[in-house]
Design a protein around this ligand. Structure first.
Ligand SMILES: N=C(N)NCCCC(=O)O
Ligand SMILES: [Zn+2]
Ligand SMILES: [Zn+2]
Length: 323
């Protein structure tokens, strides 16, 4: 899209009922209908890296279905994300469910292709394994990135059953590979039992800071967002959101639920507080619709992806304006 062309937005739900037709994210056009995108929403239906309940391979499409109700103006950020930049649904990355190493390579190559077009990626998982190839690709473009990791879990464990690529290990691999900026790494929403105290010692050595779900409850979303923003500064930022960062009351449809989590309101408010950060790409992972009820989890995930998309669109529009 050249700068004087208007982005093509979602199907108008006042003319075509929002429940009609095949689902794309927020009823946006497909990437092949618009040629190129500033923000590419892409699904990664892969869940062969899970340690407990499977099913996140169906997460991306569940989020697309739930996103039919999103509307084009986001009052919380005073922005119309799909008018500010071309956001399009890039479909799914087809990854081998029987060979995790091959799947990780496929996801990295597909991300290279999308980022190579100049797009930022809004990825819908899939399990958390997919964050590693996505981060590899982002780091090829931007160098080591700051990481905000919303999750009940640390996901910096070493191996499961001898496997190094799993949904509990992506961020240890990423630190080992030098693709993260170790001055700006934070877990947010951490809680629940660990294998041992050493998990925390190892994690701290890797450079992570931790904001627990109890910290959020005690200090509030605004203060937490302020602190995170200061740590991130103007570094290129990747945000990875495991939907199990939310309390199971707000996200029952996930593979490894932990009690005592943040609310969806707290998550959305923290994200809005990060709107000035240089968000280069993001993912929302671990939605497992078979355990969901009344789309509670996929609705929360669709609004989460909407806030992230709004942040990226605003920045793209601001950068164009200042050119
Ligand atoms: N949900 C994610 N990403 N990781 C959970 C790993 C928890 C475990 O099995 O120890
Ligand atoms: Zn998790
Ligand atoms: Zn995770």
């Amino acid at each position: 899209m050249s700068s004087n062309e208007q982005p093509r937005g979602p199907v108008d739900s006042s003319r075509i009922p929002r429940y009609a037709g095949p689902a794309t994210f927020a009823r946006l056009p497909r990437l092949d209908e618009v040629g190129r995108a500033d923000v590419a929403v892409v699904g990664v239906p892969f869940d062969s890296g899970v340690s407990y309940r499977p099913g996140a391979r169906f997460g991306g499409n569940a989020i697309r279905e739930a996103s039919r109700l999103l509307r084009p103006y986001n009052p919380a950020q005073d922005a119309s994300p799909f008018a500010l930049a071309q956001v399009a649904d890039a479909g799914d990355i087809a990854a081998n469910p029987f060979n995790i190493n091959e799947a990780v390579e496929t996801i990295e190559a597909a991300a290279d292709d999308l980022l190579g077009t100049g797009a930022r990626m809004m990825t819908l998982g899939g399990d958390h394994t997919i964050a590693l190839p996505l981060l590899r690709s982002v780091a090829k473009k931007h160098g080591p990135v700051a990481l905000l990791h919303f999750d009940a879990h640390l996901d910096t464990w070493d191996t499961y059953f001898g496997a190094e690529y799993t949904h509990g290990t992506p961020f240890r691999r990423a630190v080992e590979e030098g693709i993260l900026d170790t001055e700006a790494l934070s877990h947010v929403g951490t809680r629940g039992p660990l294998y041992g105290k050493q998990d925390l010692t190892d994690d701290e050595k890797m450079g992570f800071g931790i904001v627990t779900s109890a910290d959020i409850y005690r200090r509030g979303a605004d203060e937490v967002a302020d602190q995170l923003r200061q740590r991130i500064g103007d570094r290129p930022l990747y945000i990875s959101i495991d939907i199990d960062c939310l309390d199971p009351a707000h996200a029952p449809g996930t593979g490894t639920p932990e009690a005592g989590g943040m609310t969806s309101r707290e998550l959305l408010e923290i994200l809005r507080g990060l709107a000035s950060c240089n968000l280069v790409s993001a993912d929302v992972v671990e939605v497992a619709p078979a355990y969901d009820h009344a789309e509670i989890t996929s609705v929360a995930a669709s609004h989460t992806a909407y806030e992230l998309t709004t942040i990226m669109s605003r920045q793209i529009a601001a950068a164009r304006k200042s050119q």
